[in-house]
Design a protein around this ligand. Structure first.
Ligand SMILES: [Zn+2]
Length: 198
């Protein structure tokens, strides 16, 4: 059973209840930030939209998006206000469901990584799926970008170092590594997508 969480519903705060409320993740709801997290049937048959689309219609709803670790995340809301979001046709997912999917995805990644490390140590070509530390489900794009930037910086450092050591300036090996990393990121993204699909 999932542990209780301390929920600060942004709507409740506006109504004057700023204190965090301890609730089961079964009673907290997270609006779908991205369009692709709204199930196809819900969009087509019932007209549900994502939080980003909702913000495009009314910028005030941007209060439901927070930046954590440099990426956008949707704030969880209480049951009462989750119901209001759904009535307004903004797709929501129960926090407990998201947590369960994240745990499964993390477990899968751990198994894959475990399977890969032997191959890497054996000198075979393999990519260890990058572990996502994010608590929230969305975080693929910004995270992938941050990682790409970091890798780029590392590559450049490596290139400079190599150029210093070796006047010929051969192409750094990290370049090849960078290209496989793109695959690993998209694999992670697919997992996150799969986790978000209801
Ligand atoms: Zn509330």
């Amino acid at each position: 059973m999932a542990e209780n969480i301390k929920l600060v519903c942004p709507f409740c705060v506006k109504e004057g209840r700023a204190e965090p409320v301890e609730v089961s993740p079964d009673f907290a709801w997270v609006p779908a930030l991205l369009e692709r997290w709204v199930p196809e049937w819900a969009r087509k048959e019932q007209g549900f939209i994502s939080l980003r689309e909702a913000v495009a219609k009314d910028a005030r709803l941007g209060a439901l998006i927070v930046k954590r670790n440099g990426r956008d995340e949707a704030e969880a809301v209480c049951s009462k206000h989750g119901k209001i979001l759904r009535t307004a046709k903004i797709w929501t997912t129960k926090l407990s469901v998201i947590l369960e999917r994240q745990a499964k995805a993390a477990d899968r990644r751990a198994k894959e990584a475990f399977g890969s490390i032997g191959s890497i140590l054996a000198g075979q070509q393999a990519t260890v799926a990058a572990e996502s530390q994010g608590v929230e489900p969305e975080g693929d794009d910004a995270e992938a970008q941050a990682r790409a930037e970091q890798e780029d910086a590392q590559r450049r450092t490596l290139a400079v170092r190599k150029a210093g050591k070796n006047a010929e300036g051969r192409k750094p090996k990290a370049q090849a590594k960078g290209s496989t990393k793109g695959r690993s990121n998209s694999a992670v993204r697919r997992e996150i997508d799969a986790a978000m699909e209801a």
